[in-house]
Design a protein around this ligand. Structure first.
Ligand code: BG6
Length: 490
């Protein structure tokens, strides 16, 4: 579908930028803050690039006024940030750390003073370490009530100041990296435990959304999902089937629960067969069905291309095995069930690289049309308003001798994606805002400070905090003009 003329962006479109507490704040134990699992994890040797951590990060905790002044100067309409649970409740439960709460109140007031709409994320990956120690964090159902208690403190305090709320950031990413790939805290490699904790987080999400609707009738809330549309490698029917499997296993597995309160049947059956489906207790599905988000937050970086497994890995079977039974023709089924369970997607699809797409310095595919496809698919299936809550380019930016950063590549990247969003809007998709990732440079969880995303350069690196000076990049001025023209000049 091609349009002669594109619709203008909606009048009150929320042109924004995003961040997350651990990646920018620093002040890791300031004013009574307790440690989170990230404070703990980054101290384990070999886990992050050059041992980087967020102890100081970009010191936003002490420099938020300077950062917000830069946002105001840019004309930003919205700013998405996350609250560190262990700043509010250092032990995760118990008495409130008033100074921690006050920090966020001051931040929100400062945003409002400059007409910047706050978008508050309740959870961007940093459960308090004390809850991890006490009952294994998200593996315990106690975390559902404790998260709700924490969320209600924020709902109560900020219900008249914050309209847009995000419940969980990229549940798909932090459960996979934390419980399967041992790349994030809590540093576990166990697929069954991943699905169990994921179910508990679904319940926590639903319970907090219900509390929100009780306490903040004028606000809106939704999860931010890391969505990557699945593409079939080609039009061979078995690859189309692989695409269907991939979409269901990687995306609908979460989104169907958020929006419709049910797990997709085919994936659930497969997980049950392998003995790794989550334990669903009486009342769980009712709770999931009772909570409906008001909008979907979409974090878009790239999608994924898949093909049927047998094509990618041609069958290699011993002559002897062929003598056995028909099952012997499938090497996957010949593995013990426990082994099959460690890679449940094996027979559903295989990831392959897409020959049509270039990649970033970190190998992430660059696919602007994918954001339009994402928005179209999500509108079709879930029919909720959407906010792009993250999208951006990680790159090695260089501070020139003239103290300038000429990041034309970032401008090209963002411009191409925003143009596709405009096409999606013209198609008929309801998009209420766009948060570029990120406002300032920040700590990339595993890649230190060299992988930069910001409109504002922060003068620090892995070894040296230097001056932590804020230097607007070329993209800062470009985005300022995008906002001023409401997207007419991209
Ligand atoms: C998203 C996260 O997954 O990707 C952000 O929500 C993160 O917190 C961003 O920083 C970019 O990831 P990375 O690994 O390049 O820093």
């Amino acid at each position: 579908m091609y349009h002669d003329q594109l619709d203008a962006f909606p009048k009150h479109f929320l042109w924004g930028a995003a961040s997350a507490a651990y990646q920018i704040e620093g002040g890791w134990n300031a004013d009574g803050k307790g440690p989170s699992i990230w404070d703990h994890f980054t101290k384990i040797p070999g886990k992050t690039f050059k041992g980087t951590n967020g102890d100081v990060a970009v010191d936003h905790y002490h420099r938020y006024k300077e950062d917000i002044a830069l946002m105001a100067e840019m004309g930003l309409k919205s700013y998405r940030f996350s609250v560190a649970w262990s700043r509010i409740l250092p032990e995760g439960i118990g008495s409130v750390n008033q100074k921690g709460l006050q920090f966020y109140e001051d931040l929100i007031d400062e945003l409002i003073k400059h007409n910047i709409e706050p978008v508050l994320t309740l959870y961007h990956w940093d459960i308090p370490q004390s809850l991890q120690d006490k009952y294994n964090g998200w593996e315990s159902r106690q975390a559902i009530d404790d998260f709700d208690h924490y969320a209600r403190i924020l709902f109560d305090r900020f219900k008249d100041k914050v309209k847009y709320w995000v419940s969980f950031n990229e549940q798909n990413v932090f459960t996979a990296l934390g419980y399967r790939w041992q790349a994030h805290p809590p540093n576990i490699s166990d697929v069954k435990r991943m699905f169990e904790s994921n179910h508990i987080i679904n319940l926590a999400n639903a319970k907090a959304i219900n509390s929100f609707h009780e306490l903040v009738p004028n606000g809106v809330i939704g999860p931010s999902f890391g969505y990557g549309p699945m593409y079939s490698f080609d039009c061979a029917p078995d690859n189309i089937l692989a695409e269907l499997n991939g979409e269901e296993f990687q995306n609908h597995w979460w989104l169907d629960v958020y929006v419709h309160g049910k797990y997709p049947k085919v994936t659930l059956k497969q997980l049950n067969r392998l003995g790794i489906a989550p334990t669903i207790k009486d009342g769980d599905m009712e709770l999931l069905q009772s909570a409906k988000p008001d909008f979907l937050g979409v974090n878009y970086y790239h999608g994924g291309t898949v093909r049927a497994n047998e094509i990618e890995h041609p069958l290699q079977i011993d002559e002897q095995d062929l003598e056995k039974d028909f099952q012997a023709t499938d090497p996957y089924l010949m593995k013990p069930k426990e082994e099959q369970a460690q890679s449940p997607e094996t027979r559903m699809f295989t990831n392959v690289s897409n020959p049509h797409l270039e990649t970033t310095d970190w190998g992430w595919e660059i696919d602007p049309i994918g954001i339009r496809i994402a928005l179209r698919r999500l509108q079709n299936r879930y029919d909720l308003p959407m906010m792009i809550t993250e999208n951006g380019l990680g790159a090695y930016d260089e501070l020139g001798v003239d103290e300038k950063v000429e990041d034309d590549y970032r401008i090209n990247y963002l411009s191409a994606h925003i143009k596709e969003i405009q096409k999606a809007i013209t198609d008929g998709v309801e998009v209420i805002g766009y948060c570029a990732w990120s406002f300032t440079d920040l700590l990339s969880w595993l890649n230190g400070y060299q992988k930069r995303y910001g409109f504002v350069y922060i003068d620090r690196d892995e070894q040296d905090e230097k001056r932590l000076e804020r230097i607007p990049k070329k993209s800062y001025y470009w985005y300022k003009n995008v906002i001023q023209t409401n997207g007419e000049e991209l």
